[in-house]
Design a protein around this ligand. Structure first.
Ligand code: AMP
Length: 244
């Protein structure tokens, strides 16, 4: 991959990069399109990164369908797909990790303590392997996007980071490879996330200035539905994730 990228760069090509864990859907493909619009060649990666999964998470059962992924990527005009295995990325004696001091102390980082360290490490490695000019990440994983913007600046990667808007199903649920885990009733309940955000927006736009009132209403709405459990809900700064 490094050799291919070196040759592409030597030929004056601008390389766009979209890292994924595979089992691709329209959300991923929208990022490929953004990469295509901002580069001459697009490289995607498919790697289910073990270091970003917690001990009780779905690493071993994460859905896979490489054949369908390759077909979708070819149709999306992607030039190359980098699909390393665990041994290539984390060989014996591997011991170097990238971790951020502050961003992971909020939201998802609280319930998934090692998650962002795994994400930051694999993204830094992929950046050094693929050597892109521009890399695209989804706003669906907003905290991840913030972590990647921060690490790109902190480690001086000469890479432009772009965010792509959330692509949703027709009922508002954000597309996700993990949606297939949901049983029909749970799938229905999952739309409460988008509804809660929209309700909060409506309250604020119509003049509600008390943050806690908006949060409490969202909390009540979500927990009153079957199949829901609240992990975290807050208003926070869009760059630091500090509560506001
Ligand atoms: P994943 O395969 O889940 O690691 O996701 C790979 C990339 O696709 C990440 O940058 C995600 O944020 C992005 N992504 C996943 N789902 C969506 C979606 N529904 N809309 C936009 N981007 C997405």
């Amino acid at each position: 991959m490094q050799t291919a990228s070196r040759d592409l760069r030597r030929d004056g090509k601008r390389i766009g990069f979209v890292p994924t864990m595979g089992f691709l859907h329209q959300g991923h493909l929208s990022l490929m399109q953004i990469a295509r619009q901002n580069a001459n060649v697009v490289i995607a990666s498919i790697f289910v990164n073990p270091t970003q999964f917690g001990p009780n998470e779905d690493f071993s059962t994460y859905p896979k369908n490489l054949e369908s992924d390759f077909a979708l990527l070819a149709k999306a005009g992607v030039t190359g797909v980098f699909t390393p295995n665990d041994e290539m990325m984390y060989p014996k004696h591997y011991q170097t990790y990238v971790s951020l001091d502050q961003l992971p102390n909020h939201l998802c980082g609280i319930s998934r303590p090692e998650h962002f360290k795994g994400v930051a490490t694999i993204v830094a490695k992929l950046f050094n392997i693929v050597r892109p000019h521009v890399a695209v990440f989804g706003e669906k994983d907003y905290q991840q996007l913030a972590v990647i913007r921060r690490l790109t600046m902190d480690l001086n990667f000469d890479i432009q980071i772009m965010g792509g808007p959330i692509i949703r199903e027709s009922d508002g649920l954000a597309m996700s490879s993990r949606n297939q885990y949901l049983l029909p009733d749970e799938r229905k309940a999952a739309t409460c996330l988008k509804q809660a955000i929209e309700n909060a927006q409506k309250q604020i736009r119509s003049g509600e200035t008390r943050g806690p009132a908006v949060i409490t209403a969202a909390e009540k709405f979500i927990t009153s539905l079957p199949h829901t459990k609240l992990d975290d809900i807050r208003m926070c700064h869009t760059l630091t994730f500090e509560r506001i």
